[in-house]
Structure formats: structure tokens, C-alpha cells
Design a protein around this ligand. Structure first.
Ligand code: NAD
Ligand code: NA
Length: 396
């Protein structure tokens, strides 16, 4: 079929298999251009199909030849209907990994469930024996709690007061004022239940109980901080409480993993266009200004550049790992640079529908957004007939 982007609100309903494969290939090329690093050999990636999780998987596989088991929740294709992009990404990744002689298998299902944990543990037992790195990169709108059966929904809201600021509809370029009502009762708890550290801890507990973590194993989960500008909606909002919980969980897991000489970290990553972040008000406007400035300064990064620095220069740096005062890894260091942030604060005041195309990188934002779904790649012929029925070869 001929596959074109079809958008509704902040999401794109279609995905292009050849474009997704191009995206994966470009990320692999970035890693191989950096040479190899001495790193993990057997890696479990939770949330492996898009964003930071996919980039982590690519970095481990192609940077240090790691065997990877990926877990994700994606929609397979049907005749005449494309899959979600993570499915096509994973198919492309596995084809490339297998061609390079690397072990790569995937599990598609709800990582919060007992059933998928069990399936994952069994696969590790049978195929890998143990893993020496667990990447926790889930970003989900809801979680059914495995014990209580309660369905928790995460919300992106300020706490305690109305938040007023501006945002952009990146499809139209229209900048408008928004007013976001504070969260209601239960919103904080629910958001923490979905995006906090409880499920990460359940995974590590289950792996340790089954003796599936190798001596010296590490685990890392991803967080975000961002500038004062976005604090009410992000770091001091409901999602920020979940990130506080996630970061506290790292400390807890660090202690639990001491018995196997293991380590648990949170890495604070930079703001990027992903499916998750496109849905947060104010953030797209912030990112479009951030991209413009970071590109001008020659320090722009996408997911793969971030994960390359995280693995090569931080977690597996033979000279040691630098942490911030709260014990976190910081690869948001360039985003948070004083010169970058002071310029954004200035531009923020000027950002209007009329000025944004000039002062911000709206086109860059849009391109990145469509690339998530396999569109806007020069190398792909979007008028050509393509097969939507792509299989993930290593699906367990
Ligand atoms: P993403 O939406 O690109 O990826 C989410 C992954 O989770 C996908 O692989 C998806 O299939 C999987 N997933 C979702 N629900 C699942 C479920 N129930 N079971 C199994 N898999 C499931 O997200 P991302 O932006 O890469 O975010 C990953 C982490 O990085 C999050 O913790 C996020 O907060 C953090 N982070 C994101 C940004 C950003 O700007 N995007 C910045 C810093 C940190
Ligand atoms: Na991810």
C-alpha cells in the first residue's frame, strides 16, 4: 500500500516501515561511527521500541556487541493498516542485529503485568542465563496494577494552582495562551503509580529472585528536570512527583543490588521530541526554541546522541562515572547550560505565532515528529507501494 501520514491531535495514526528502518539504520550508523566501547554483554531493555529505549538498545548492540532482549507494547500491522512505529523499528533493529550476528529477541505486551514479566524471565533463563544491564525506559499513559487490578491513569497537571503560559500547536505553528487547571484528588498517586519507580523495583526484585542478574549488573531509568519555565507543568507537577519517586527508587535498588555488587542509576536526559513529550503542553514550544539554540551552538542531540554519551562517556567510562549532588547521571548538561537557558528565557518572551518560524526551530520540531513515524526521510520514496505486513523476526 501507499502509506501517508495521518494525524489526529498530537499523534500520527500511520507509520512507514521503510522510514522506520531508515531511522534505525541512521542511529546504528551514528553508533558505529563512534567506534566500540567496553560495555554490557546481555541487556534487557524495557520500552525498547521507540525513543530513549530504542536508542539504548541500538547503542548496546552496535557499540559493544551486546545480546538484547527488548520488551515493548506496540500494535502489529493488519492487512491495509500499518503497525505503530515501534513495531517497524523493532523489526528493522532485529534484522540489522541478526545480520551482524547478534542475539536479538523481543516480547510485545504489557510490561506492568505478571504474565509479561514471567515470559521475559523465562526467555532470559533459556537464552541468556543472566543479564548485566537492565534499561528501564517505559513511558505509558496508564498501568493496571498487578496486585490490586486498579487501573491507574497518569496525568500531566500542575499541583496546587492554575498554570498559565503559552504553547504551540506544532502542526499549524499557532502560539496560544493556555491555562491548565491543577490536578485533582488522586492524580498525584495515580501518576506516581504509572510513571514512578514501583514497576522498576518489581522488575529488579523478580530478576534478582530468579538469579537472573549477573554479578556487577547495572540498571538505569530515565528522568527529566528542565528549566524553571516548565517547572509547574513538569518537574513540580504530577509527572515530577513520579520522577521524584523514580529517582528515590534508584537509591533503594542501589542498596538491594549491593549483594551482587550491582548498581542502579537514574540518568537525567534532555528534552526531545518523542511521542510522549509531544503531548505535554508548553514543552513543544520550549523544545522548538531549545533546538534552534542548540543547533546554532553545535550541541544539538537526538536520542541516539544522548544514549551514545550516556553509555560511552558515563556509565561505561573506564575513568569513572560523575554524578550530581543527588547521585544522578546528567546527560542534560548541555540543555541546562547557563548560556542556552538564558537565551531561551529571552526568546520565550518574544515567541508569538508571527515570530516563531524565525526565532524557533518549528520545522525541525515537525521533521523530528514525523520521523518518529518514519516520515520526512529524504531517502524514502513515499509514493512507492510498500508492504505494511512486516514481521518482527525475533518475537518470542
Ligand atoms: P517513548 O514513548 O518513545 O517510549 C516508550 C516505550 O515504552 C515504547 O517502547 C513503548 O512500546 C513502551 N511501553 C509503553 N507502555 C508499555 C507497557 N505497558 N508495556 C511495555 N512497554 C510499554 O518514550 P521516551 O520519550 O523514550 O521515554 C522513555 C523515558 O525517558 C521516560 O521515563 C521518559 O519520562 C524519559 N525522558 C523522556 C524525555 C523526552 O523529552 N522525551 C526526556 C527525559 C527523559
Ligand atoms: Na523508550
Amino acid at each position: 500500500m501507499i502509506i501517508e501520514p495521518r494525524t489526529r491531535g498530537f499523534i500520527c495514526l500511520t507509520a512507514h516501515p521503510d522510514g522506520c528502518a531508515t531511522n534505525v539504520k541512521e542511529q546504528i550508523d551514528h553508533i558505529t561511527s563512534k567506534g566500540t566501547f567496553e560495555g554490557p554483554k546481555k541487556v534487557l531493555v524495557l520500552g525498547a521500541s521507540t525513543g530513549f529505549g530504542l536508542a539504548s538498545r541500538i547503542t548496546a548492540a552496535f557499540g559493544t556487541g551486546a545480546a538484547t532482549l527488548g520488551v515493548f507494547f506496540e500494535k502489529p500491522p493488519k492487512e491495509g493498516k500499518t503497525s505503530s512505529p515501534g513495531w517497524y523499528n523493532s523489526a528493522a533493529f532485529e534484522n540489522e542485529a541478526h545480520a551482524a550476528g547478534l542475539y536479538a529477541k523481543s516480547i510485545n505486551g504489557d510490561a506492568f503485568s505478571k504474565e509479561i514479566k514471567e515470559k521475559t524471565l523465562n526467555t532470559i533463563k533459556e537464552d541468556l542465563g543472566q543479564v548485566d544491564l537492565v534499561v528501564y525506559s517505559l513511558a505509558a499513559p496508564m498501568r493496571v496494577h498487578p496486585e490490586t487490578g486498579v487501573r491507574h491513569k497518569s496525568v500531566l497537571k500542575p499541583i496546587g494552582g492554575v498554570y498559565e503560559n503559552k504553547t504551540v500547536d506544532f502542526h499549524t505553528g499557532v502560539v496560544s495562551d493556555i491555562k491548565i487547571e491543577p490536578c485533582g484528588e488522586g492524580d498525584i498517586e495515580n501518576t506516581v503509580a504509572v510513571m514512578g519507580g514501583e514497576d522498576w523495583e518489581l522488575w529488579i526484585d523478580a530478576l534478582m529472585e530468579a538469579d537472573l542478574l549477573a554479578p556487577g549488573a547495572q540498571t538505569v531509568a530515565y528522568s527529566y528536570i528542565g528549566p524553571a519555565l516548565t517547572e509547574p507543568i513538569y518537574r513540580k507537577g504530577t509527572i515530577g512527583r513520579a520522577k521524584d519517586h523514580l529517582e528515590a527508587t534508584a537509591g533503594k535498588l542501589m542498596q538491594k543490588m549491593e549483594s551482587l555488587n550491582g548498581k542502579a542509576y537514574v540518568s537525567v536526559n534532555k528534552a526531545l521530541v518523542t511521542q510522549a513529550s509531544s503531548a505535554i503542553p508548553v514543552i513543544p514550544l520550549y523544545i522548538s526554541l531549545l533546538f534552534k539554540i542548540m543547533k546554532e551552538k553545535g550541541i544539538h542531540e537526538g536520542c541516539i546522541e544522548q544514549m551514545q554519551r550516556l553509555f560511552y562517556d558515563r556509565m561505561y567510562n573506564p575513568d569513572g562515572l560523575a554524578l550530581d549532588e543527588a547521585g544522578r547521571i546528567r546527560v542534560d548538561d548541555w540543555e541546562m547550560r547557563e548560556d542556552v537557558q538564558s537565551q531561551i528565557a529571552e526568546l520565550w518572551e518574544q515567541a508569538e505565532t508571527e515570530t516563531l518560524a524565525e526565532i524557533g526551530d518549528l520545522q525541525g520540531y515537525k521533521d523530528e515528529f514525523f520521523k518518529l513515524f518514519g516520515f520526512h526521510f529524504d531517502a524514502v520514496d513515499y509514493t512507492a507501494d510498500t508492504n505494511e505486513m512486516v514481521a518482527v523476526p525475533g518475537l518470542v
